[in-house]
Design a protein around this ligand. Structure first.
Ligand SMILES: NC(=O)c1ccc[n+]([C@@H]2O[C@H](COP(=O)([O-])OP(=O)(O)OC[C@H]3O[C@@H](n4cnc5c(N)ncnc54)[C@H](O)[C@@H]3O)[C@@H](O)[C@H]2O)c1
Length: 379
């Protein structure tokens, strides 16, 4: 007997479009049946364009109709919506970041622990083709022991902070109305996957406000992060400076080699492998792609998904986890490992770059004592 298809719903009709190609590829196991957006015309247009049966009047109605919900709402809604869904046993694929405060992060952990459903954060940048290749090269030890990594998210988004009629969007407060690294997961996610590590402390400083000083966010902020294994990571974050975008830059250094992503459209990703590459000469990463790109990710052409093909994979891997009963790789703890350093960067930058401890979400009490249930967080 074949299993019934998972009924999928999308909350948020803009970013929701990024999941269509992945859902199409999973049509034998999942079906997009409902959409909710507080702007009714946005929900209707999305439903018409993607042949979605139900346009829901509110989030509760969306949950009535689905087994799995994809949260594409503005970031401050991710945790509350995830908690509501998990409480009803509905699987949650949440857009990034997982939470916007430590309170939300703790509550999210509690909700996941108490739910029968699965939770995954949809950090897609780890699925960029070159990042998948690098990941396999790291796993096979091509770079030796990694000790330093960099990630940059430089994305001038000034026109996204207010609507054409002058109203402030959610980004005005949640992304540029706070200071630090307010959108960290695209830079940090792949690095943590490659390093197989977790950040334990952060120090964040900024350049000051020059381009668009009405915002609390400084033009460029720099985050230094120390990991459990003692490795050093550096993130550069910039949503305001006048320059073309560069939001998928990474660099790693290990004892046996290095990787440098492309910095501009005129360059391409390169590696240097000690003893394998000609001494002192970079080689194109592409030379290693056939050998290292895992078979699973060769199946779907990059052109079929947004963000250079990465958008198709989070939903596909999440469906695989649900169907096989395996915990997703970017579960609530991995999601918060990618999210919390950004939240703590705000405390650091407010204290002139002081090193701030980043808690391990595995030890969050998740509401115990507030809502008595289990004896201990990990019980
Ligand atoms: N992973 C990625 O590459 C990527 C790319 C873009 C955006 N995002 C994330 O996706 C989310 C949405 O971003 P966006 O660019 O679509 O924003 P947007 O402002 O363009 O669109 C947000 C949409 O959500 C709707 N909305 C508002 N409140 C809602 C609610 N409570 N429930 C459901 N829908 C609601 C709005 O009406 C609007 O249609 C953000 O959290 C953002 O961080 C991720």
């Amino acid at each position: 007997m074949t299993e019934p298809r998972l009924r999928v719903g999308i909350a948020g009709a803009v970013r929701g479009g990024g999941f269509i190609a992945g859902l199409r590829a999973e049509h034998e196991r999942a079906e997009l049946v409902a959409v909710y957006d507080p702007i009714p015309e946005a929900g209707q247009a999305f439903a018409a364009a993607n042949e979605v049966e139900h346009v829901c009047a509110n989030f509760d109605e969306l949950l009535d109709r689905v087994d799995l919900v994809i949260l594409c709402s503005p970031q401050q809604h991710h945790t509350p919506q995830a908690i509501a869904a998990l409480g009803r046993g509905i699987h949650v694929l949440s857009e990034v970041p997982a939470a916007v405060s430590l309170e939300q992060a703790s509550a999210l952990v509690g909700a996941v622990r108490h739910s029968t459903a699965q939770y995954m954060m949809s950090e897609n940048y780890g699925y960029l083709r070159e990042n998948l290749v690098v990941r396999e090269m790291v796993r096979e030890g091509a770079f030796g022991d990694l000790y330093y990594g960099e990630g940059e998210y430089l994305h001038e988004m000034k026109t996204w902070h207010v609507t054409p009629s002058g109203d402030k969007t959610w980004r005005h407060y949640w992304q540029v109305g706070r200071d630090g690294v307010t959108y960290p997961t695209h830079s940090l996610g792949p690095l943590l996957q490659w390093f197989d590590d977790r950040v334990v402390s952060v120090s964040c400083v900024g350049t000051g406000r020059h381009t668009d000083p009405e915002h609390e966010l400084q033009d460029t902020t720099i985050l230094l992060a120390r990991t459990v294994k003692g490795r050093l990571l550096k993130l550069r974050f910039d949503l305001l400076s006048n320059r073309p975008e560069l939001y998928a830059y990474y660099s790693i250094q290990g004892t046996e080699g290095a990787y440098e992503a492309a910095r501009t459209i005129d360059s391409s990703p390169v590696v240097y492998l000690n003893g394998r590459s000609e001494y002192g000469v970079w080689e194109p990463l592409e030379k290693f792609a056939d050998l290292y790109l895992p078979m699973r990710y060769k199946q779907q052409p990059a052109a079929e998904g947004g963000h250079w093909g990465s958008d198709v994979w989070p939903i596909r891997d999440f469906i695989e986890s649900i169907v096989t009963g395996r915990t997703p790789e970017i579960d609530v703890y991995a999601a918060l490992d990618m999210t919390l350093p950004g939240l703590l960067s705000e405390y650091s930058i407010a204290q002139g770059g002081a090193w701030i401890h980043v808690p391990n979400p595995r030890f969050f009490t998740g509401g115990i004592g507030v809502d008595p249930s289990r004896e201990a967080p990990l019980a």
